[in-house]
Design a protein around this ligand. Structure first.
Ligand SMILES: [Zn+2]
Length: 342
């Protein structure tokens, strides 16, 4: 099948506005023998003629208003379809919440990045149905890994508020004894990330799902701040885009990390909202990774007061308006990593 109708952003456009175009799977082969399989609206698998050693999931738009990663992925797909990028590895590209992109919102009914690892099973919101489809698709994709092929998942986001550290990565809790990967610190640093947050418990995020379920190296990558489509300063994403392009198109793009230049944090407190009148005790424009003195009250609600337990304890992802029972604030403290995997 001639795939030229997908070029110039049309795959994403049709996925968003005419999803029935992809009600049936579409397959085509490019001049460079790369196979393109459209699995569903917003989900495309790219298979090179000869495959190297990685299976790479690139997901974006799990939150519909986080436009910069969506634009980066759509542009990369255009370059793959036009042949200006030749992929060397299997790639699964996912544009997550298509209806929320169209309304310019984070989500329609609920936060999709709390619905993985089976959390979608109760209820039937659009996000739950989509999370189930994404899980199944990622499972089928990683099932193609044979031997010790490298399984990678970069779930690309932008944050709601400013951050003292513009680009940062949330590293899923490794509950299987694996150590963080030196190679991955190198790659993510090349993307412009200098701050890493080590999770301390299982979650229902997309990257934890791939990490836990398929032993992939999975990451939630925060690339900057939320802005509407067309209003992103793409210069601030140039390093990420170039590195992602090198990752898919080079046999083994593996820049070295200078660990001493990276900021590593571990989660200290996970504060969930239990009451309607949950209050954060700092201003709405306080950036992520702002730190506080020990004893500072960070948040409160009836019957509970949450204070910084250490000097230098910093706040990440504060959001007083999350649904009851969901995370309203993370606090983190600096840490170091003694040992790394390759
Ligand atoms: Zn997000």
């Amino acid at each position: 099948m001639d795939l030229s109708f997908l070029a110039n952003g049309q795959f994403l456009h049709l996925s968003r506005f005419q999803p029935d175009t992809f009600a049936k799977q579409v397959r085509g082969t490019l001049a460079n023998k790369t196979t393109i399989d459209i699995i569903a609206p917003g989900i495309v698998e790219i298979t090179p003629a000869t495959q190297a050693d990685k299976l790479i999931v690139l997901s974006c738009g799990i939150h519909g208003n986080e436009t910069a990663p969506i634009e980066i992925c759509s542009d990369m797909l255009d370059e793959i379809i036009s042949g200006s990028i030749t992929v060397q590895h299997r790639v699964l590209m996912i544009f997550g919440n298509l209806p929320a992109m169209n309304t310019g919102e984070r989500f329609i009914d609920e936060n999709m990045n709390r619905l993985f690892s089976g959390a979608h099973k109760i209820g039937s919101s659009p996000e739950r149905q989509r999370a189930k489809l994404l899980e199944d698709t990622v499972g089928q994709f990683f099932a193609k890994a044979q031997g010790n092929k490298e399984k990678l998942h970069y779930d690309l986001h932008t944050a709601i508020r400013d951050s003292k550290n513009d680009k940062f990565v949330v590293m899923p809790f490794l509950d299987d004894g694996r150590l963080p990967s030196a190679k991955q610190f190198g790659f993510l640093a090349a993307c412009g990330v200098d701050t890493f947050l080590l999770s301390s418990a299982p979650t229902t995020t997309f990257s934890y799902f791939s990490s836990h379920q398929y032993k992939a190296r999975g990451f939630t990558v925060e690339l900057g701040k939320v802005r509407p489509f067309g209003e992103n300063d793409m210069r601030s994403f140039a390093a990420a885009r170039a590195s992602l392009t090198a990752l898919v198109s080079e046999p083994d793009f593996a820049p070295a990390a200078r660990m001493s230049e990276l900021l590593i944090y571990k989660v200290n407190q996970v504060i969930n909202r239990q009451h309607l009148d949950f209050t954060l005790h700092f201003a709405d424009d306080v950036p992520n990774f702002t730190d506080f003195k020990q004893g500072t009250v960070l948040a409160s609600e009836p019957g509970a007061q949450y204070v910084a337990q250490y000097d230098g304890e910093a706040i990440v992802f504060p959001n007083a308006r999350v649904a009851l029972g969901q995370r309203a604030l993370l606090t983190v403290v600096p840490t170091t990593l003694e040992t790394l995997d390759v």
